[in-house]
Design a protein around this ligand. Structure first.
Ligand SMILES: Cc1ncc(COP(=O)(O)O)c(C=O)c1O
Ligand SMILES: [Zn+2]
Length: 402
């Protein structure tokens, strides 16, 4: 079925804008969300087409003409039972959705597939974006396939593998001293002056649409039986996307239940966790952000209100874990379950004992951890994890920058 996209809507001021032209933020400065004719899309969802991957859900995606769909095998990632880890922790029904199986090795492929396809459909020729790394790699691959020119602005200490990945796909790279927020300012300046379309997280409405397909797949797998999702949260787009999926499913009358959404961040960069525990509606910029989980090093969260609202409405929670716990969790999952996950995914694993202790997750809860990427992309983290298990201070060995 073709796209049932109706318009773009600003949740802050209620503006509804036509979706047929490229857009960034609403005039009021807040993100725009894609809205669909859910009644019409319902039949398509129920028909469960035999196609695999995210484009099965094309009625609920923004690309109108199928000729513009870019496909590299994204979506329909495996849901794996973690029975040994579950037994170790006292969790009866623990699962991992392995987003490392996506093209370019992370869930960023979902967002890039949809947003770059839509950019192609809207005639955009040049895209600029800031990235902590993996989004840049994913956009580089899809822009290569689309023939769209891409410039990625990244912190100079982004993981070496993803810098190479972007170069391999032919993207222009600009490395900036500082954090993702600094890269964001550089990208915004260049977009303003150089005729580039800016595709920063949530400044562009369609990346979220790709990421929401994780929520559809969780619902297809678990139906109403899923109690909690533990998500490693940087800019929060994955979490906001899963929430949007469940709200659309509710809007189609397919469920009235959402799993509790639990955000995990790193102790060295935890703006959402702080805001959640402070009872705040927005998150401030985190000073001096530092963590081995590069994707979680997002000091300023543009989707803060959406993410915090989703966590609270679903009865979820938020928790920060430190880098040593992340590395230990990476090793534990490898050795207990044969899974080589990324440090961001390992943060979700590392949070489980405390989430159980605090009652945020109960032993009988059907719980899914999101592993957002492939551990293979992080050789430095693996060296640290193995080094840590054989003793010694990791900062002594690898002179890690803050
Ligand atoms: C592997 C990985 N996990 C998690 C995240 C955080 O994603 P989000 O911005 O959707 O919260 C990122 C972002 O760069 C990432 O690369
Ligand atoms: Zn607005």
């Amino acid at each position: 079925m073709s796209s049932q996209l109706l318009c773009l809507e600003c949740l802050a001021c209620g503006s509804r804008l036509p979706a047929a032209v490229p857009r960034n933020l609403c005039d009021c400065g807040r993100p725009l969300l894609a809205r669909y004719d859910l009644a019409a899309a319902r039949d398509a969802f129920l028909a469960r087409p035999t196609e695999r991957g995210i484009w099965r859900h094309s009625a609920l995606l923004p690309v109108g003409d199928p000729r513009f769909r870019l496909e590299l095998g994204e979506g329909d990632t495996p849901v794996l039972s973690l029975s040994r880890l579950g037994q170790d922790l006292g969790l009866e029904a623990l699962y991992l959705k392995d987003e490392g199986a996506n093209p370019t090795g992370t869930f960023k492929a979902r967002g890039a597939a949809v947003a770059v396809s839509r950019a192609l459909e809207l005639g955009i020729k040049r895209v600029i974006m800031p990235s902590a790394g993996n989004a840049g790699g994913a956009w580089a691959a899809y822009c290569a396939r689309a023939g769209i020119r891409l410039r990625v602005v990244m912190p100079e200490d982004a993981p070496a593998t993803v810098i190479q990945e972007c170069r391999l796909y032919g993207a222009e790279i600009e490395l900036v001293r500082g954090l993702l927020s600094d890269a964001g300012r550089v990208a915004a300046e260049q977009a303003g002056s150089g005729g580039w379309f800016e595709a920063a997280t949530l400044k562009e409405p369609y990346r979220l649409e790709g990421k929401k397909t994780m929520g559809y797949e969780l619902f297809e797998h678990f139906g109403d039986e899923l109690d909690a999702v533990v998500y490693p949260c940087g800019g929060g787009v994955g979490l906001i996307g899963i929430d949007k999926a469940y709200r659309e499913l509710a809007g189609m009358g397919l469920t009235d239940r959402s799993p509790r959404l639990i955000a995990v961040q790193a102790v060295g960069c935890a703006p959402l966790v702080k805001a959640f525990h402070d009872g705040a509606a927005t998150a401030g910029e985190w000073p001096g952000a530092a963590t081995i989980a590069a994707g979680l090093r997002v000091p300023r969260v543009l989707g803060d209100t959406l993410a915090l609202e989703a966590i609270r409405r679903t009865g979820g929670g938020a928790m920060a874990v430190d880098d040593d716990a992340i590395l230990a969790a990476m090793l534990k999952l490898a050795r207990l379950e044969g899974l080589w996950i990324c440090p961001e995914g390992a943060a979700a694993v590392a949070a489980l004992p405390r989430l159980l202790e605090t009652g945020a997750i109960r032993p009988s809860d059907r719980t899914v951890l999101l592993n957002t990427g492939l551990g293979l992309k992080y050789p430095e983290a693996v060296a640290l994890a193995i080094g840590q298990s054989s003793g010694g201070s990791r900062r002594d060995r690898l002179n890690l920058r803050a």
